[in-house]
Design a protein around this ligand. Sequence first.
Ligand code: AMP
Length: 221
Amino acid sequence: MTDTQRNVILLGAPGAGKGTQAARIAVGYALPHISTGEMLRAAVAEGTEMGLAAQRSMEAGELVPDEVVIGVVRDRLALPDAEKGFLLDGFPRTIEQAERLDAMLAGAGRAVTRVILIDVPEDELVERLAGRRLCKGCGKGYHVLFDPPQNDGVCDVCGDELYQRSDDNEATVHNRLDVYRAQTEPLVGYYEARRVLKTAHGGGKMPDEVFAQVEQLLEGD
Ligand code: AMP
């Protein structure tokens, strides 16, 4: 492992802004942005065997089985662009996934170098998820109240149509938050114990303000 390698994980509840921050970090630090949610949604859209197996869990707001997701990440981390560093968004989500990732990296003499937790109060998460919209073409995210496009339902960047994720409806959102608390939040302690966790405060903050914190947390010891 080189000293300069950045093997970064973004941790946070659904709606905390992981995707938004990940896009900025990926550009700012030239890291491949690896989102398991995006890879799984692509598999669903393509109708692959894995996509079909994952679809039901995703629509219910449940986690896709560890074995499936770990396989996806292992294959992705084996690609050349991830050799010198990566940014994981939405993985790991269970202690099992975290342990398997550590083992995978250790096998290559590598380790997770930084975990950034984006902390946002729960009532704000619900509001953010309910108003979230995404571009079908380029994937850019919007919010109907806090970050609307110039023309209703149309992407400012590529002009394609905006859509709402099928798991961003209110009933599924509550389940996703329960799943986060039960299965993913224990990772905070896991990474605290390994002294790699830093917290960015996202409550009531604009993406730029959160990114300024994230930059400091990535630069600091
Ligand atoms: P996301 O886009 O990160 O919110 O992920 C959307 C959905 O994909 C989640 O609600 C899960 O059903 C599934 N998913 C994404 N990442 C993982 C993961 N690391 N482990 C299990 N399921 C995942």
